[in-house]
Each structure stands twice: as C-alpha cells, then as structure tokens.
Design a protein around this ligand. Structure first.
Ligand code: TXA
Ligand code: MG
Length: 347
C-alpha cells in the first residue's frame, strides 16, 4: 500500500489535504493525524471493518480498546449513556484537551472499538488539524497512538512514517506534538473519578475541578494488580537497549557513577539528562538533553522522540534522569519507568 503524505503549513492549501484525508476515512481507510498529545492512527469509529485495519496495521492486541475522538460536546453525548456531574465538570474544564473520559457506551459502537466492554473512551482533542479532520469526516474517529504496538508513541510525522509507511493510507503532517505524552484517561462510571492513565491533564488540575480523584492502584507498578485500562498492562515505549532510570535528590551524582562504571566496562553509553547533568558527563557519552533539571513538561515533550532517537545510535546501555511526580511528572515518570521495564534506582 502506498502511504499518502500531506505536509500542512497553516495556509488555505491545508483544506484540500484535510478533505482528501477525511474522504479516505469516510471510505473505510486509515489515516494518521496530529493531536496536541501524540499522533493518532484514525479510522471511522462506527465502521468495524475500518477499525479492524487499525488493529492490523499496529499489531495491536484485540483486547485493548480504542479512544473515540470527537469535535463537539453533542458528538460526545451521542456516544455515551449518561454523564454525571463529575464528567460534566471535567468536560467543561478540559475539553478540547488532553483528557479522555471513560463512560457507559450507547448501542451502535462496534465491539472491536471497546474490546467488548460496556464502556467507551471519548476525547475531544485540542488541535486544529484533528478537529478539522473529525468535522469534515463527519464521524467520531477511533484512534490509538500511531506507533507499532510496543514502540514509543510518535510525536511527529517522521516517527509515524518510520513505523507505518506502507501500512496505512495516509499521514497528515502538522508538525511536532506539543504535549508529548498521551491524554489522561479518567473512568467516570463510578461515584469517584479514577485516573486509569496519567497524562496531559495533571492530577492536581483534575482535583481542583472535582475534589477527590483516585489513581488506579495498578499505576504503582505492582504486577499482581490488573490495570483497568487494558492498554496499561502492555510493555510500551521501550527502546532497544536496556534502560535504567535514576530518581530522587541525588540522581545526578548516582547517574554519573553508573555512567563511569559502564564506560570502563566498554559499553556504549547513552544518557537522557537535564542540561545541568549533561555538563557533568564525561566524554564519549551519547547525550540527549530534555531541559532544565526537574522540568517535567520539557521531559514529556522530548521523551518519546529521544527514546526513538537512541535506537538510531550505537548506544547499548541507557540511563535517564528522572523528575519528581508533581504536575506532568506523574505521567512522564509512568512512561519512563515502563520504558525502563521498571529498572529504577531511587536515591
Ligand atoms: O493522547 C491520546 O490519548 C492519544 C491520541 C492519539 O489521542 N491516543 C492514545 O490511544 O493514546 P491509545 O489507544 O494508545 O491508548 C488508549 C488507552 C489504552 O490504555 C486503552 O486500554 C484505554 O485508553 N482505554 C480505551 N478504552 C477504554 C475503556 N473503555 N475502558 C478503559 N480503558 C480504555
Ligand atoms: Mg498507545
């Protein structure tokens, strides 16, 4: 299959590209598109055969449900049976934006979208291209992140093409995704909202709107607890070389010790670190810098891009400097610890 590629530049010519992509979606095709979080792999969410092509292209397990993307409250409301006060407040506060709500689904949503669950995940993305595509297609768009299953989510069109070229009908290139990690998934089917996946809307921001918010206990990394978001049980985001995460107040010193030891034993060392730590690293380390020490939003923006970049270097031992769990830190440390297969050094 030849994958069509449209570069968008914010001018009137974008409309023709979006119309062509929407026409592919309406006729059962699969098109990757930018959102504010990561790129999505979209198909008509009401067409089971089209949704099946997403699972095939990604190699995604059939038990992992998809998010339906909408471009209005009315379109969201048609997909769900009831919206309680908490869900209503979260929609008002954070849509359009990096928040996905899990709600009871209406009939007419194909079982393959929801993996047979009686709930559906819905999100209104805050990105002009995503919104235009959904509007012109005129249907909710089912879209997981546009990576091969198990790879880091793509944050630009080049990373989409690296995984998906030849496997999908087209890619809309809208530049780099701003947030860099996926949306926050919140289950609103019970009395208290539960975060199933931390993401672009912080826990603090959710609590400011609705008071008490729970975290799915599986987010602790305890392997004996099954996550409520089926996708959270899979190993994700992993680079090819083994990765260690160093966290806590003395992370820079400990990381430097570890790097020196690995260099002495002849390893090709790669490091994902703050500017401050980068300045202290010895010669010969393949270094990627995320931003100032502790800047969780900067690490979120850079994380997937740099995990993919390590795979294009000869590094065969990787280390990353962690950040605290406040704000965006909760989401970014969830992804980083998973990418490391829970090889964590706490200092
Ligand atoms: O930012 C995002 O959310 C991106 C962009 C493209 O919108 N999408 C994304 O989709 O990350 P995906 O498929 O990679 O992750 C969706 C997550 C998975 O962990 C999935 O198991 C969970 O949401 N999920 C979907 N429907 C669910 C449901 N009904 N109940 C519980 N979890 C659900
Ligand atoms: Mg994904």
């Amino acid at each position: 299959m030849e994958t069509q590629y449209w570069r968008l530049d914010g001018t009137a010519s974008d409309q023709a590209a979006i119309a062509a992509a929407a026409a592919l979606i309406k006729t059962g095709g699969v098109v990757a598109f930018p959102t504010e979080t990561v790129y999505g792999l979209g198909a008509n969410g009401l067409d089971a055969a089209a949704v099946g092509k997403i699972f095939a292209a990604k190699g995604r397990p059939a038990d992992n449900p998809l998010i339906l993307h909408v471009a209005s409250l009315a379109q969201a409301k048609a997909l769900v049976r009831e919206i309680d006060g908490n869900a209503e407040r979260l929609m008002q506060a954070f849509w359009p934006g990096p928040l996905t709500l899990v709600l009871k689904k209406t009939d007419g949503i194909p079982d393959c979208v929801t993996a047979g669950l009686d709930t559906v995940a819905v999100r209104w993305p805050d990105h002009p291209v995503a919104q235009a595509l959904i509007q012109v297609a005129g249907v909710p768009i089912a879209a997981p992140s546009a990576n091969l299953s198990g790879r880091p989510s793509p944050t630009d069109a080049q990373d989409v093409l690296a995984d998906m070229s030849g496997l999908i009908d087209g890619v809309l290139d809208g530049g780099r995704a701003q947030v860099g990690v996926e949306s926050t998934v919140v289950d609103c089917t019970g009395p208290t909202p539960v975060v199933l996946r931390p993401g672009g809307i912080t826990l603090e921001a959710l609590e400011a709107e609705v008071g008490v918010v729970e975290l799915d206990p599986a987010l602790s990394g305890d392997k004996t607890i099954t996550p409520k978001a089926p996708g959270m049980k899979y190993r994700h985001y992993a680079p090819k070389a083994p990765l260690w995460v160093v966290e806590g107040a003395h992370a820079p010193e400990r990381l430097l010790e570890m790097v020196n030891k690995q260099l002495l034993s002849g390893r090709r060392v790669g490091a994902l670190v703050s500017i401050e730590t980068a300045e202290r690293l010895p010669e010969g380390v393949i270094t990627f810098v995320y931003g100032s020490r502790g800047d969780a939003a900067a690490l979120a923006e850079a994380l997937y891009r740099l995990l993919r970049a390590f795979d294009r270097t000869p590094a065969n031992w990787l280390v990353a400097e962690g950040v605290g769990e406040a704000g965006m830190g909760l989401a970014v440390m969830n992804r980083l610890r998973k990418a490391a297969g829970w090889q964590i050094i706490r200092t």
